[in-house]
Design a protein around this ligand. Structure first.
Ligand SMILES: Cc1ncc(COP(=O)(O)O)c(C=O)c1O
Length: 384
């Protein structure tokens, strides 16, 4: 095990003989998360009722501070938490009255796209959906459409079904913000994968992500940065929103805080937040940041691409690969194959060789991580 793999020794040892290429789906958890899990139990037993005061005055601000560093976000108290992104997005959607005019893409994760389809069906949303492919001019087409002005603009930073990434997020947002004030960026596949800099655009967007993927802190801790001076009043609102100073408190109106708690829900299990803090602190101690992780992954991807070229495989080849520019790409590579049957058959054969991948319909995805050592990649194992 190399120095970085040692940080994940528990998961690696328990999956001996396998190379985990599904890290974009279910990332291994670093060893520090075990301690964090136990710490939550200890704190619960020691503090009992006082635990909540401790979490809100200590753990949440710590998580907000660490996330702000990773995201280059300047208003740490404007970060809100929920067990999943679905809850956060629904809270934003619930802030609008009447039919919502929404601009999005055809490549949003099921959590959003299913909800969107149901709300379109129910007549709550009228959506304009832009295809991400051909990606060469996606940003141009999306920006052009945004000029007509929408109640909500929703797009991923890195698309889950291809790994393709918005090239210059800052410039992209600046242009959309000229005509739109509620921009939601789903950063689930970008957070702790690509270097993210919200310093110039954080005031104009909601940026959503979660701990489950590239952070490796497991499920249950999603978060959202909110725009500066956000005045939306979600109809879907939980009592945690009352845990901060409320604005406009009068008998006729529900008050809302002027920080991230504006979009808060209700009681939840904060074990996952403990794990998130432990991983972010571990990376800080080890002096590992998103840039470092991204560079490591790019090297792994380059080695993999060389193997693919050497293999001349009928399916796993460059022609079937959705890739524009490795420098602006997520941490997984996607093969667009003829059918889900071919995908499943290749996936099964790879698994027999200890290569664990994942798929979405006719797309086979290979994910790369800081816990990969590209010296372990052997052509024979991929050549199925
Ligand atoms: C782009 C994207 N957004 C969001 C999610 C998670 O959604 P939720 O937290 O609602 O389960 C995923 C999960 O894979 C995803 O790929």
């Amino acid at each position: 095990m190399n120095k970085y793999q040692k940080l994940f020794s528990n998961f690696i040892k328990k999956n001996h003989g396998k190379i985990h290429f599904a890290c974009h789906s279910h990332h291994y958890w670093p060893d520090c998360t075990r301690e964090a899990q136990l710490e939550y139990w200890e704190d619960s037993s020691k503090m009992v009722d006082d635990k909540w005061e401790y979490i809100f005055s200590n753990k949440i601000p710590r998580a907000q501070e660490l996330l702000s560093e990773v995201l280059n976000f300047t208003r740490s108290s404007d970060i809100t938490f929920a067990p999943n992104t679905h809850e956060l997005v629904n809270r934003i959607l619930s802030s609008f009255d009447g039919k919502i005019k929404l601009l999005t893409t055809d490549s949003e994760f099921y959590s959003f796209s299913r909800q969107l389809n149901r709300l379109i069906e129910a007549g709550v949303i009228e959506a304009t959906i832009i295809a991400t492919l051909p990606f060469e001019n996606f940003e141009e087409r999306f920006i052009q459409e945004s000029k007509s002005g929408y109640d909500i603009v929703f797009t991923s930073h890195v698309f889950f079904n291809s790994g393709l990434a918005i090239n210059n997020l800052e410039g992209f947002v600046e242009e959309i913000a000229e005509n739109n004030s509620n921009i939601i960026i789903d950063g689930y596949h970008a957070f702790m994968a690509l270097p993210i800099n919200l310093s110039s655009i954080g005031d104009k967007i909601f940026y959503l992500a979660g701990s489950y993927k590239y952070l490796g802190a497991g499920e249950g801790c999603c978060f959202m940065t909110i725009p500066k001076d956000c005045k939306l009043r979600p109809k879907n609102t939980g009592w945690f929103a009352e845990l901060s100073a409320l604005d406009n408190v009068n008998e006729n109106q529900v008050g809302f805080p002027n920080d991230g708690l504006r979009f808060a829900g209700s009681t939840l299990d904060f074990t996952s937040l403990y794990r998130m803090v432990s991983v972010l602190e571990m990376y800080e101690r080890e002096e590992i940041n998103s840039e470092f992780i991204h560079n490591h992954v790019k090297i792994c991807q380059e080695v993999f691409l060389k193997i693919i070229e050497e293999m001349s495989h009928p399916h796993l080849n460059r022609e079937n690969l959705i890739l524009q520019d490795l420098h602006h790409h997520g941490h997984f590579l996607t093969f667009n194959l003829e059918s889900p049957e071919i995908v499943n058959s290749i996936k099964k054969k790879l698994e027999e060789n200890g290569i664990l991948t994942d798929s979405r319909k006719n797309r086979l995805r290979f994910g790369f991580s800081i816990y990969h050592d590209s010296n372990d990649y052997q052509l024979e194992k991929f050549n199925v």
